[in-house]
Design a protein. Sequence first.
Length: 215
Amino acid sequence: MINLFIVDDHQIFRDGLKLLFENTEDMAVAGEAESGKAVLAQLADVTPDLILMDIQMPGLNGIETTRRIKAMQPEANILMLTMFEDDQSVFAAMRAGALGYVLKGANHGEMLQAVRVASAGGAVFSPRVAAHIIQWFAQPDKQPAEETAVQLPALTTRELEVLELLAVGLDNSVIAERLTVTNKTVRNYVSQLLKKLEVNDRLEAAEVAHQAGIK
């Protein structure tokens, strides 16, 4: 039986993974946490075969959480689950000690296969991420991206969602449509982000997001 621990700040996503794993004969969910701080506190009492770790979470992000877990438990197996497939996030996750990097859009078969491989200590990547890495290394002038030292301040889940959409160049009206909120609500969130990030405009906010691994 493969015992799993799920770390993600979105309850709906955690519930979906739990349903998948609990309906798979050789898997069981040993625990879950909504933040890096929460999982660090719980791992003293549980030793899962694999930790599934979201990268972008409020407070302590998944990469820093992975680094701290590996410092405490070098034998821990950690698989990153994320929406991001940029060079910086992939290489930062690997340097932190993660065994693999799987996109949240993976289908059930891909997810279960990734869990089985990673729980046994094997390296695993979603097909899109693997193709991206191969293409990146095929460029002779490339070197692994330097890990950013930029740390985001504590942001709410909604502020992070707005920042992620802002960082890819979406305007307020499109962000409002994606999040099913009003334009005024988005403007308020953008204003809060500018203050928290200590920047003057949304372009500078996007740059800070990119430096922190959000692309």
